[in-house]
Design a protein. Structure first.
Length: 301
């Protein structure tokens, strides 16, 4: 019997597809991390590549303000640059919309895209448009760079590392997913001042993303549920299973804990930084189970 995407789920689907993808000697990190990392001829820094999309009735509704949709579409891709400590520079936009879509809606969409791009000095340099009989889809492709010594992958986590998250979790319940700012500045500061072992952004929720980081690093994890920084009106389970927080999740040595917490409070006094647990050796400590976050093909928002 042929298995459907809904029966298989996103992570298992990608696990089947990724090994079949071709790569060459210039690929540093391919599909499976927040951005692709490649070497560019003659450049001392590494090139980062990212594509992301938002789909009507999945990531936004027909009633969502078009300018907010544009902001979200751009910032989702830029949040993955934060996860790698990268700097975005150029973007391409692909828009697939029905012919009956109002021109005024599209103009507002691009105002949102432009405003978000300008926040990090990103130039929108082209793209593509297409008619569709289905829902509106906006695809954002971004290119940028990261210094070799500051590139952080998901796979560098070590047993006994402390796990930290920025900000608060569960904010998408109150609409934060439409007006967030990626933690690019914070990530750049972190990699300038500390040895970060592994990092990613929380786009699908802690319950989906933390296990992905642990699998990539070949370790287990434990979290302190009552230590989770909750958005107002949000429960612990919602903070774990809700998606679209776009905060940083990262792992550092416990020896850095006090210095990190002290310096963070001075540098970012209005942004919480919370230790939520640690990584561990799978063979010694049973891996903790979490209620899953958002997984494509399995759930609907």
């Amino acid at each position: 019997m042929t298995q459907s995407l809904r029966e298989l789920g996103e992570d298992k689907l990608l696990a089947r597809i990724f090994p079949q993808l071709g790569r060459n000697s210039r690929v540093v990190a391919a599909a499976g991390d927040d951005c692709a990392v490649v070497k560019f001829r003659g450049a001392k820094d590494w090139l980062l590549l990212k594509t992301d999309c938002v789909v009507e009735e999945i990531h936004f509704t027909k009633q969502t303000n078009a300018r907010a949709v544009g902001w979200k579409a751009m910032m989702r891709a830029l949040s993955d640059f934060a996860a790698m400590s990268g700097m975005p520079e150029f973007a391409l936009i692909t828009l697939a919309a029905a012919g009956k879509k109002k021109v005024s809606w599209v103009r507002e969409l691009y105002r949102g895209l432009n405003r978000a791009a300008a926040r990090f000095d990103v130039a929108i340099v082209g793209g593509e448009t297409s008619e569709t009989a289905g829902p509106t889809v906006i695809v954002v492709c971004v290119a940028g760079f990261v210094e070799r010594h500051r590139c952080i992958l998901r796979s560098g986590g070590k047993a006994n590392d402390d796990l930290f998250v920025t900000g608060k979790l569960g904010g998408s319940l109150r609409g934060r997913h439409l007006n967030f700012v990626p933690r690019i500045d914070e990530a750049r500061w972190l990699t300038e001042n500390f040895k970060v072992h592994a990092m990613m952004d929380l786009s699908d929720g802690l319950g989906a993303d933390l296990p992905r980081l642990a699998r990539a690093s070949k370790v287990g994890f434990t979290i302190e549920r009552h230590a989770l920084p909750l958005s107002p009106g949000c429960s612990i389970q919602q903070a774990i299973s809700g998606g679209e927080d776009y905060e940083l999740l990262f792992a550092v040595s416990p020896h850095e804990r006090k210095r990190l917490q002290t310096r963070w409070r001075k540098k970012f006094p209005k942004l919480p930084l919370t230790r939520i647990g640690r990584l561990n050796r799978k063979s010694k400590i049973k891996n903790q189970k979490l209620k899953s976050g958002y997984v494509h093909f399995r759930q609907r928002r």
